[in-house]
Design a protein around this ligand. Structure first.
Ligand code: GLN
Length: 186
């Protein structure tokens, strides 16, 4: 059975664990690089990319996350997308540069501007309800990046090789189809 870690330094990791559980894999909360060695896939959940950056540096975790992402599948959601991207419009964030995309923090607005939108997602039959909460916008992607979902003509889910990233929260709303697809296809 595969073991998928959920980065549990901060943020919304618990709901990802349930979505994975219902997708038939073993899950582990990851806080150290030692724990990461037991996994063959990882989710970087939403939260605050500035705080995630601080904690990753505090626990000296940066290089092991990058090395992991060069070998194994990683799915990043919301702040997780920011962390996976190659460049961010906020100097306080040190992204892992695992997918060639530029992201802009909070570009969909504040907490009060949060919204849910049905989006078509490649590889998933019916639309998924995408939850955008202080979400980052994907501003630029390089040509090799695949766009899996769009909202108002802006990519909201992208992939390249073993990396899957989206600006919304797939763990909300009792729908584990994106987690399942991640496990089956990445
Ligand atoms: N605004 C957060 C950030 O910049 C992301 C929000 C989220 O993950 N829901 O890191």
């Amino acid at each position: 059975m595969r073991t998928i870690g959920v980065l549990a330094l901060q943020g919304d990791f618990d709901k990802h664990k349930s979505a994975l559980h219902y997708s038939g894999v073993k899950t582990l909360e990851i806080r150290t690089s030692e724990q990461l060695k037991k996994c063959d896939g990882l989710i970087i959940p939403g939260g605050e990319s500035t705080t995630l950056t601080k904690l990753i540096s505090l626990y000296d975790f940066y290089n092991s996350l990058v090395d992991f992402g060069l070998k194994y599948p990683i799915m990043g959601t919301c702040a997780g997308l920011i962390m996976l991207s190659s460049s961010v419009d906020d100097k306080r964030v040190k992204p892992l540069k695992l997918i060639n995309a530029t992201t802009s923090r909070n570009a969909y607005g504040k907490q009060i501007d949060s919204f849910i939108a049905p989006v078509e997602f490649e590889g998933i039959e019916d639309k998924v309800n995408a939850y955008f909460i202080r979400a980052p916008k994907i501003k630029k992607i390089s040509p090799e990046i695949k766009v899996l979902a769009m909202h108002k003509n802006i990519p909201v889910a992208i992939a390249n090789k073993n990396i899957l990233a989206m600006s919304f929260h797939p763990e909300l709303g009792n729908d584990n189809r994106i987690h399942k697809m991640f496990i089956e296809k990445f």
